[in-house]
Design a binder for this molecule. Sequence first.
Ligand code: ZN
Length: 320
Amino acid sequence: MMKKLLCGVDIGGTKCSIVLVNVEGQIIDKIHTCAHVDRNEEDLVKLVAENIKEIIKRNDFQESDLLGIGMGCAGHIRFRDGTIITTSNLKGFKNYPLRDAVQSYFKIPVVLDNDANAQAFGEFKFGAGKGFNDMVFLTISTGIGAGIIINKKLYRGVTGTAGEFGHTIVEPNSELTCTCGNRGCLMACACGMALPYLFEQKIKEGKKSKLNLPSNFNLSKLSGQHLKKGLEIDDPVSKEIILDSGYYVGLGIYNIFQTLNPPLIVLGGGLTNWGDFYLDKIKSTFYELARDMIFDPIEIVISNIGADAGVIGAAALTLE
Ligand SMILES: [Zn+2]
């Protein structure tokens, strides 16, 4: 029988997802668990392996029906040996050989990559990237991650950490410090982690928000969802922040364009829920900067894979 299934595992900070998908990227079954949080390395690996075996069994398949198991995890991953160098999502896991640890439970091949690379490859195989040879994927949520596809393959760099566009510096004199310690990184200026600061600044400048946040609201909890609501009720402060973010993402894409000249940029992640208002600012910023230096069309689109993009992308890694 032809192998026709892929298994994907997405190990997030709060949720671990395991899916079975077919070679078209359609989900056959999925398991979500939060039981992995706070487990030590060995126990987490055991939990993941048990869930993979369970999802295969409950769908009346066997391990040999699968092409492989693809895993995505946030953090710095050394691809060649499948090691997590560091991850902020899980306690421990420093220089931990996650791929080989999971592999010890299975005969089919196991691959491990950074979650943004996994999503990029999923987008390339099953989403907006279908039919392209080259593309760049950016996920914009709490932080910004990215993956680069060149000639139908992920470009990983020597360690596997290529595509960290979130840490490219777009505003060196910014007040905003990034998780990496530098000032003015793209992700520090443009995404979820910047929203509370930006909101506070606008209010300090005397702007009035229509958001009606409770007086005891903890501003550090201000999220993209709040601003999405602000956009819907035409709140000027929310709209300004979304435009600021769009400006920096547009600038970031311009830098990517000048570096790689890709025909396609796909945007994913929670903040893309801001929709056309956001995308239009990203695009207008990009086109103003790139002006007459665009000689072939470049498409900038929002991902259409949806909520399971991370874990579908992890499964796609088995097709690389
Ligand atoms: Zn940074």
